[in-house]
Design a protein around this ligand. Sequence first.
Ligand code: T3D
Length: 267
Amino acid sequence: MSEPLVLSAQVGAVRTLTLNRPKALNSFTADMHEALAQALSEAETDAQVRCLVLTGAGRAFCAGQDLADPAVAPNLAPGARPTDVGNVIERYYKPLVLRLRAMPVPVIAAVNGVCAGAGASLALGCDIVIAARSASFIQAFSKIGLVPDAGGTWLLPRLVGRANALALAMTGDKLTAEAAQQMGLIWKCVDDAAFADDVSATAARLAAMPVKALVATRAVIDASMQLGLADALSLEGEWQSRLSASRDYLEGVAAFMAKRPAHFSDR
Ligand code: T3D
């Protein structure tokens, strides 16, 4: 039997999904997209899941689109009709990126190795990015005559500003995990030996927090990018109204007053 294209593992309240095409650096085929979509559906609907970790098998996180996939590989025959790769974006990457951004739990990208093209966009679109020191980030698109996709053009300038975004996207240069952290592209870079433990500890910590509020924080911060201060203040107020009616708020305040650890349960 062939290996699953996405491995799924649950430890406590943390679900880890591992892209599993290591020989092709976990690049995306249509089948791997389908497998990931299925795994995300399961994570979304399983109340036991309170944090999601996305990572890659072997030495890469994800090398983006599988360029050998007949759906996207350019047809090199003279006079042949060009392959329209825009369809692949619309069918697979757009729903994937939007879905990760709307997950009902916090999402960590555990960048274990190189990520390139849409693989880099995928990692950067997650809520928190932790990279192993040996990992790297490559905006590979320019090298094959494309623009950054899977959210790259939206994410890069928001994360690191126009100057860095354009330089990274135009040169396609490899950025080390350490440089990515210094530039503010990712949250942190961790020594390889400490990487797995750091990811596990961070994920377990988030899973024990009021995840409904964490997910609302993502939504409000994303929305605030498009808002003026007055509208952002209003949106914060609307969310505080909703969240202050939640069990987690009552529990958080009760635990604080009683000087005991809180046990959050909303999702
Ligand atoms: O096109 C569309 O559908 C639109 C959507 C686009 C989204 C995108 O993601 S566009 C960008 C696509 N990705 C790339 O251009 C990256 C291509 N890969 C690389 O540049 C390099 O592999 C890396 C810099 C990531 C790593 O380099 P290195 O030297 O460590 O490894 P390698 O030897 O190049 O790769 C190892 C194997 O993985 C190799 O196969 P082999 O020779 O051992 O059989 C290589 O062909 C394969 N591989 C790596 N990336 C891809 C891939 N196979 C298919 N597609 C890939 N993207």
